[in-house]
Design a protein around this ligand. Sequence first.
Ligand code: GDP
Ligand code: MG
Length: 403
Amino acid sequence: MIVKTYRAPTMQDAIKKIKEELGENALILSYKKVKQGSFFSFFKKEVYEVTAALDEKPPEEEKSFKTVINNYTKNQPKPKTKETVIEENIEERIKRLEQLIYKTGKENIERLVSDIKADIDDLKKAISYSKKSEEIDISKIPLGMNKHFTYMCEIGIKKKYAYKIIMGLYKTIDKKRINDDDYIKEYLSLVISQFFKQSKPTNKNIVLLGPTGVGKTTTLAKLAAIYKLKKDKRVGIITTDTYRIGAVDQLLNYAKIMDIPALVSITKEDFRNALEELKDMDIVFVDTVGRSPQDIERLKELFDIFKGENRLHLSLVMSLNTKEEDCLNAYNQFKVLPINDLIFTKLDETKTPGTMLNIVVKTRKPVFYVSYGQDVPTDIEEAQPLKISSLIIKRGVKDVGSG
Ligand SMILES: Nc1nc2c(ncn2[C@@H]2O[C@H](COP(=O)(O)OP(=O)(O)O)[C@@H](O)[C@H]2O)c(=O)[nH]1
Ligand SMILES: [Mg+2]
């Protein structure tokens, strides 16, 4: 490992020097502000002193934003892609769901869901008070509903929630149509959708938090592009993820291509200044360094930057290709900060999208966006409840495309 120390007037300059000498894969080990000037000089300047290291093993090459953005902005008529098929399929489904809401009556559905929620709460309490087995009596599941219960468990919905939902649903469905699988699935979708709430930004400075590798930077790139290109907003970017030079550089390059102002900040003071500098933007996305929920010390450093700053909307990014337990563990660590909502990623890499339901029931947080692929900025959707429930019932993105 090569370790070197650099001095420069700004962090950006230091990063540039490090990149020139050590390349994209250099890591920042430490930084501080120091006074520079000869012993006799009267005024000493403050400069950044940054220590960087280069590991021998380079990480995988990231997809170039430039190519992706160029492709996106070319805007040529394209043949039907997987995304268009998914979109059409979901639109169709939502239309059917809306008809069903109309027929069933919105109040009836809302009452049913609030009963189920109350049941789930009682069940949670009962389980926490006694060590008795979960209060599920599978023999009570009505004939014809068993396969739907099994299906819900297969797509990752917690058994106890699936049980409550099925039992609640059975009370209200049209019994003559019990063998109509499409009808039952639409109804299930409708009920599941009611557990989700779509989040709206509570502040224009949106911070993406979460463990390493969950897709924060990719999601930020998608959101920045969508807000700039589709929503025609003035977008700014701040990155506090300065650990890996390549990562900072990737984001700065990307911002340059998109003509989005981007600032690097390390300390709480830098961050405040960056917010101030971007105060005329309509929306600012803040990337953060991934921290393992186990690394309490480093998490604290991260939290300190954002603590007490009330101009922020905090989104916790969770990857659906990790275990539900890991997602909840991350939530428990990050909830030291006032988390506003959740962003789910890697929906394309899971066979158990029902995890999303378990997580929102547990955390009671609304959802901001759902991401389902690596392509910027296409593979992402606003978290409309009916869309999410359609994706869950369809077992995620892959099956939507094919079925
Ligand atoms: N399949 C899939 N991969 C994703 C998705 N979002 C991000 N990724 C990939 O996950 C990896 C880590 O993403 P990155 O944004 O660097 O994660 P970060 O460490 O949280 O910033 C990259 O290879 C991304 O392309 C997604 O929704 N689906
Ligand atoms: Mg990142």
